[in-house]
Design a protein around this ligand. Structure first.
Ligand code: ADP
Length: 728
C-alpha cells in the first residue's frame, strides 16, 4: 500500500489488510466491473485500466483510476500466475491544472496548448511534489497512472529526488518500465516570466522500440566485431595516406604491437615492414592504390619481438571519381606456409641436385610415357637436344635413342618385355653406333604399394668393358705364355736329352774299342761330335735368347760380304743334306754389309736348317742373294710343310712353334727365328715369310748395303708384300 493512497482514502492500513475489504472500498455499482477486469488480467495476463468509485473513511466518494497488471509468471517456466498488481490513483484531470503560478492567463493558455499537443505523456509537479497537471491519456496509458507506477514500482525515493532537483533548476533523466513498455523521463524546471521556478515539468518518452533498435544495433555490432576478431588475420582500413583508421584485435596477437600504435604511429606499416621487402612492397602497394586496383601480395613484417612474420595482404581500394580514398584489407599470417614451402623447395632442389650429380643418366616415365623426371647426365649420354625434352614425351625420346643404337631391335624387344610387366626389373647392355657401350637398369617406381612409373638408368661402361676385354685378352695371353713355357720346358728337356743318348752310345763304343785295342772308326767320333754340335747349338740358342732378352747380344760392326757369307754357309751344307737339292743364285757383286759376319751366317744357317727340317720328304731348297735398290735381299725357299696362315704372325716370337711342326723328327725350341729377327733388325733390316700350308715356305730378309757400293736398283721386285707379316 502506498502511503499516498492511504492518505487519500483515510482507511487505516489494517483495514486494507482485512479479507473482503475491496468490496467495502469500491462502490457496489463498480465492484463487478473491477472483479471482472481483475479476473481477465489473471487469465490473459494482459494489463487493463478502468475507473471505479471508492468510498473514503469519511464516506466520501473518490474517483480512482485502476491499473491492473499481472505479475509475471516465474522465469523457471512453471507458468503459474503469481499475482496481480493493482495501482489505484486519482484520475487527475487536465482541468485540475492550476497554472496560476506560471504567469498571465495568455501565457498559461499558450503553455497548455503546447503541452497538450505533446505526443508524449507530460506532467507538472508543484513545490510540494503534488501533481498539478498531466497531459491527456496517451497510447492507452494515462500519464498519472504511469507516474504512480513509476513512483511505486521503480524508485519512489529517486522519483521524488528527481523532481526536487528539477524544482531546484536542474534537468534530470530517469528510466522506468510499466505496462510492458520502457519509458525515459526527463524532468526539468518550469519558470515564469521572471525566471522563477514555478514547477517541475516531466515528459516521458516511450523508448521500448528505441531500446530494441539500439539493442539490435549493439547486438549486430558485437556480432560483427566478434566475426572480425575471429578472422585469422588482421582486418584493417587506412586512409589514402596509409594511416590506419581501423585494425582488428588479431593485429596485437600476430605482431605484438598495441592497436593504438597501429593507429597513432605515422607510417606504422612502412616502418615495420621487413627491410628487405620495404622498398618493393611499399612501391607496389602505392602503385596499385594509385591505379585504384585491388591487389594481393606477400611480404614480411618485423614483429615486436624482432621476429619476421610473413603476411599475405589482400587489399581493396575504395575510390571516388578515380581517386583512392581508403584502403581496406586482410593480412593473413602465412609464415608457416612459407616455411613449409621453403622447406619443400629446399628438399626438391636437394633432390634435383642429387639427381644431377649422379654419374648415371636417369629418366623416369609414367606408364603412359610421360617424362616425370630426368637428369643432365641422361641428356648428355644420349645427346638429346633441349627441344626434344620440351614436350616431355617419352615416345619422342625413345625414337631418338633408338636411332643411336647398334642393337636397336634387340633393345626394343627387351623394352617391350619390361613395359608389359610393371613389376619386372632388368639390366641390359646397349651398344651405340658411336662405339660406346651403356648398361641400362630398369626398375618400377613405387609410391607406397602402387607402381606409378618406371625408372631407367644408363651407365657408360665403355671403359670398363674395354678394360674387361683387355684383361681377358691378357689373361688369355698369360695362359698362352704359361702353356708355351710348359711346352718349352718339355720340348727343351726333350731336345737336350735327345742328343745325349747317341752321344753316350758313340762314346761307349769308342771307349770299348780303345780299351780292347781295337781300331777306332772315325764315324763314331764324328757322330758323337755331331750330337755335341747339336747340343751346343741348342744351348747357344738358349744363351742368345737370354742375351737378347737382357739386351746384351753383342754384334760386331765391320764390312762383310754377304756373297761370301752365303758361299761359305752353303758350302758347309752341301755335304750335310744329300737328299735335298740345293740351288743357289749368287749375286754378281759382293754385297758389302756393315755387320757381324758370324751372326749373319747364323741367320742364313738357321733358315737353311729350317728349310731342310720342315721339308722332310726332300725337295729343292733355293737360296737367292741379290740386290734390291739399297738393300741386299736374301731368300730361302723350300717345298716343305708350309705354315698355317694364322701362325705366320707369331713365327718370329720366342718359343713359338707352328702347330703343324710335330715334335718328333722336327726337333727345335722355337728360338731360331726369334734370334734371326733380332739379328736382322739390329743390322737395320727386316725379315718375313711367305707360305701356304703344304706348299713350302719362303723366308726373306733384307739388309742395307754399304753406301760405297750402292747401285741403282736391279729391277728385281723384292719389296715385302703389304700383307706379309711384319715382325717387330
Ligand atoms: P725351331 O725350328 O727350333 O722350332 P724356329 O724359330 O727356327 O724354331 O722356327 C719356329 C717355327 O717356325 C718352327 O717350329 C716351325 O713351326 C716354323 N718354321 C720355321 N721354318 C719353317 C719352314 N721352312 N717351313 C715350315 N715351317 C717353318
Amino acid at each position: 500500500m502506498s502511503p499516498a493512497l492511504l492518505q487519500l482514502l483515510g482507511h487505516p492500513l489494517e483495514a486494507w489488510k482485512t479479507r473482503g475489504f475491496i468490496s467495502q472500498l469500491v462502490h457496489p455499482e463498480d465492484l463487478d466491473r473491477l472483479l471482472e477486469a481483475w479476473g481477465a488480467v489473471a487469465r490473459t495476463e494482459e494489463p487493463q485500466t478502468l475507473e471505479v468509485r471508492a468510498v473514503s473513511a469519511e464516506g466520501r466518494l473518490v474517483r480512482l483510476a485502476v491499473e491492473l497488471n499481472a505479475i509475471e509468471p516465474s522465469p523457471d517456466g512453471a507458468g503459474e500466475l503469481v499475482g496481480t498488481v493493482c495501482v489505484l490513483a486519482p484520475p487527475l484531470q487536465p482541468s485540475r491544472l492550476s497554472l496560476k503560478r506560471a504567469g498571465p492567463p495568455e501565457l498559461v493558455a499558450k503553455l497548455r496548448e503546447t503541452l497538450d499537443g505533446l505526443p508524449s505523456p507530460a506532467w507538472m509537479v508543484g513545490g510540494d511534489l503534488s501533481i498539478d497537471w498531466c497531459s491527456p491519456a496517451q497510447q492507452g496509458h494515462s500519464a498519472e497512472v504511469m507516474l504512480c507506477a513509476a513512483a511505486r514500482a521503480s524508485d519512489p525515493q529517486g522519483w521524488a529526488a528527481a523532481h526536487r532537483q528539477a524544482l531546484r533548476g536542474e534537468t534530470v533523466g530517469f528510466d522506468f518500465a510499466t505496462c510492458g513498455r520502457a519509458w525515459r523521463c526527463q524532468v526539468g524546471p518550469l519558470k515564469d516570466a521572471e525566471g522563477t521556478i514555478v514547477a517541475a515539468l516531466g515528459v516521458a518518452t516511450d523508448v521500448s522500440d528505441l531500446d530494441e533498435v539500439a539493442r539490435e544495433l549493439t547486438r549486430t555490432q558485437r556480432l560483427h566485431e566478434e566475426l572480425i576478431d575471429a578472422i585469422d588475420g588482421i582486418v584493417w582500413e587506412t586512409d589514402a595516406s596509409f594511416r590506419f583508421t581501423f585494425v582488428s584485435k588479431q593485429a596485437e596477437r600476430l605482431l605484438g604491437y598495441p592497436i593504438q600504435q597501429w593507429m597513432q604511429e605515422p607510417d606504422f606499416w612502412l616502418k615495420h615492414l621487413h627491410p628487405e621487402d620495404r622498398d618493393w612492397a611499399s612501391a607496389y602497394c602505392l602503385k596499385s592504390a594509385m591505379e585504384c586496383r585491388a591487389h594481393e601480395f606477400e611480404y614480411r613484417m618485423v614483429a615486436a619481438d624482432g621476429s619476421s612474420v610473413w603476411l599475405r595482404d589482400i587489399v581493396t581500394v575504395v575510390s571516388e571519381g578515380g581517386i583512392p580514398r581508403q584502403l581496406r584489407g586482410i593480412m593473413v599470417d602465412v609464415t608457416a606456409q612459407r616455411r613449409a614451402r621453403e622447406a619443400l623447395e629446399h628438399t626438391v632442389s636437394l633432390l634435383r641436385a642429387t639427381l644431377d650429380s649422379t654419374a648415371d643418366g636417369v629418366i623416369v616415365l609414367t606408364p603412359d610415357w610421360h617424362v616425370t623426371a630426368f637428369n643432365g647426365r641422361f641428356q648428355e649420354l644420349w645427346d638429346i637436344p633441349d627441344s626434344l625434352l620440351e614436350g616431355r614425351d617419352g615416345r619422342v625420346l625413345s625414337e631418338h635413342m633408338r636411332s643411336r643404337l647398334e642393337n636397336a631391335e634387340q633393345v626394343h624387344l627387351r623394352t617391350q618385355q619390361l613395359l608389359a610387366s610393371p613389376e619386372l626389373e632388368g639390366v641390359d647392355v646397349l651398344e651405340l653406333r658411336d662405339g660406346r657401350i651403356l648398361e641400362r637398369h630398369s626398375r618400377p617406381q613405387r609410391l607406397g604399394d602402387t607402381i606409378v612409373g618406371r625408372v631407367w638408368t644408363y651407365r657408360d661402361v665403355t671403359v670398363e668393358r674395354r678394360a674387361q676385354a683387355e684383361s681377358e685378352r691378357l689373361l688369355r695371353e698369360a695362359q698362352e705364355a704359361i702353356r708355351v713355357r710348359d711346352d718349352f720346358l718339355s720340348i727343351a728337356s726333350h731336345e737336350l736329352k735327345t742328343p745325349l743318348t747317341p752321344l753316350k752310345l758313340h762314346l761307349q763304343v769308342l771307349k770299348h774299342r780303345m780299351a780292347s785295342g781295337q781300331p777306332v772308326p772315325a764315324q763314331h767320333a764324328e757322330k758323337a761330335l755331331a750330337q755335341v754340335a747339336r747340343l751346343s747349338g741348342l744351348i747357344n740358342d738358349l744363351l742368345d735368347t737370354s742375351r737378347i732378352q737382357a739386351g746384351r747380344l753383342e754384334l760386331r760392326h765391320e764390312p762383310v760380304s754377304l756373297r761370301e757369307i752365303a758361299h761359305e754357309v752353303l758350302a758347309d751344307l752341301r755335304t750335310v743334306s744329300p737328299q735335298h737339292t740345293l740351288e743357289y743364285e749368287e749375286p754378281d757383286e759382293p754385297l758389302l754389309i756393315q755387320g757381324d759376319r758370324g751372326r749373319l751366317a747364323q741367320v742364313l744357317v738357321n733358315l737353311l736348317e729350317n728349310a731342310l727340317k720342315y721339308s722332310p720328304t726332300g725337295g729343292t731348297i733355293r737360296v737367292c742373294v741379290e740386290r734390291d735398290g739399297a738393300q741386299a735381299l736374301v731368300s730361302v725357299s723350300d717345298s716343305g710343310i708350309g705354315i698355317p696362315p694364322d701362325q705366320k704372325a707369331h713365327l718370329f716370337e720366342r718359343f713359338f712353334r707352328a702347330r703343324n711342326a710335330p715334335i718328333s723328327g722336327f726337333g727345335g725350341l722355337g728360338l731360331g727365328l726369334y734370334i734371326c729377327r733380332d739379328i736382322v733388325e739390329r743390322h737395320g733390316g727386316r725379315i718375313w715369310v711367305e707360305s701356304e700350308v703344304g706348299q713350302g715356305a719362303t723366308f726373306r730378309f733384307t739388309l742395307p748395303v754399304l753406301e760405297a757400293e750402292a747401285h741403282a736398283p736391279t729391277g728385281l721386285a723384292a719389296t715385302p708384300p703389304e700383307t706379309a707379316p711384319h715382325p717387330r
